[in-house]
Ligand binder design. Structure first.
Ligand code: DAH
Length: 347
């Protein structure tokens, strides 16, 4: 029996040493220390032994039991600690690790250029207003002195919107420019007027590197007593210096727009080559960036302003074009392609 206990003890300890999980440990406890364990059998059968043998065997059996119990507890503590350490290691957070980069959006290059343009005029004291993209024929054309036979009115140039009922202001259409807002502003306010109008315009147009059927303009209008072409030049030159740099020169040449007289086209000397000729200015040294002119007396009369008392100047520019010239972009379609490789360059 003593030999049996010794053998049991070394078998149990050897087994215990191999365990590293709690369920297996519990199985071990049932096997070696449970009610139906070999050791328990021996302890229960002690009564059948002679008194002297009973004492010796009893003592050894109890020693074995105590030993197995304490080894069991040690082993359990050890396994629990190992498991806890593994868990902590698994969940450890390295607070010194660089964060994953967060993807934050950015403004579209057109929005950036638009805000820059509008910001420049704001600094010059202009108000910013917006108008409807679906406009009346009368405001888009007639009141801007654009006659019925003008080619822009052709349905090949303009998106007309199906219009019904009596139409005192003509058909509705997607505005072809922001200029009709000149009329809306003047009809609502008395001089002095100083506004810029950013907005989207539409033309029925074949798309190529410099034309899109949808584009963005900024219109400007100033009306007051004693405004002259000198005010126009000064204002637009100041604007140019803010957007293209203080060293830029401007050039005004005669151009025709029905709603201004005289009309002009304004150019900036090329910031890419300072006038020498390069890819951006197509070797001309100049970038034409907007149309402008003194508001036509017929337009002033049409909105009830007295042209003998008030004069004004107006201007209009394409935001895509300015953005292309400023950044040397050679295809307008890039703005609408939603290609992140292009857009990310404007962070
Ligand atoms: N509305 C013109 C266009 O879309 C641009 C323009 C030219 C606006 C001269 C003006 C101006 O206010 O005075 O081409």
């Amino acid at each position: 029996m003593i030999e049996q206990l010794e053998e049991l003890k070394s078998r149990a300890l050897e087994h215990l040493g191999r365990l590293d999980a709690l369920p297996a440990l519990e199985d071990w406890r049932v096997t070696y220390l449970g009610k139906r364990s070999e050791l328990n059998q021996i302890l229960r059968n002690l009564g059948t032994l002679e008194p002297s043998a009973r004492r010796t065997v009893g003592q050894i059996a109890n020693d074995v039991k105590r030993l197995l119990e304490s080894e069991f507890n040690d082993r359990r503590t050890q396994i629990e600690r190992t498991l806890r350490e593994a868990e902590v290691a698994r969940e450890r957070i390295d607070v010194t690790r660089p964060a994953k980069p967060t993807l934050i959006g950015q403004k579209h290059p057109i929005t950036q250029t638009l805000e820059e343009i509008v910001g420049a005029f704001r600094a010059l004291g202009y108000d910013v207003v917006e108008g409807p993209e679906v406009e009346w024929e009368k405001l888009n054309f007639d009141m801007l002195n654009i006659p019925p036979e003008h080619p822009a009115r052709d349905r090949w140039d303009t998106f007309y919107v199906k219009s019904e009922g009596s139409l005192p202001l003509g058909q509705m259409l997607l505005r072809t420019h922001t200029s009709p807002m000149q009329i809306r502003v003047m009809e609502k306010t008395k001089p002095p007027v100083r506004v810029v109008v950013p907005g989207r315009c539409y033309r029925y147009e074949a798309t190529d590197a410099t034309h899109e059927s949808q584009f963005t303009q900024v219109e400007g209008l100033a009306v007051d007593e004693n405004l002259t072409f000198a005010d126009l030049k000064g204002t637009l030159t100041a604007f140019t210096h803010m957007v293209f740099g203080p060293e830029r020169r401007t050039r005004f040449r005669v151009d025709f727009f029905p709603f201004v007289e005289p009309g002009a086209e304004m150019a900036v000397d090329c910031h890419g080559c300072h006038g020498a000729g390069c890819r951006i200015c197509k070797q001309s040294g100049w970038l034409e960036i907007m149309g402008a002119g003194m508001v036509h007396p017929k337009v002033l009369e049409g909105v009830g302003y007295d042209p003998s008392r008030y004069t004004g100047f107006a201007f209009g520019m394409g935001v895509e074009r300015i953005s292309m010239l400023k950044y040397g972009i050679d295809d307008i379609r890039l703005f609408f392609a939603n290609d992140l490789r292009f857009l990310r360059q404007f962070r």
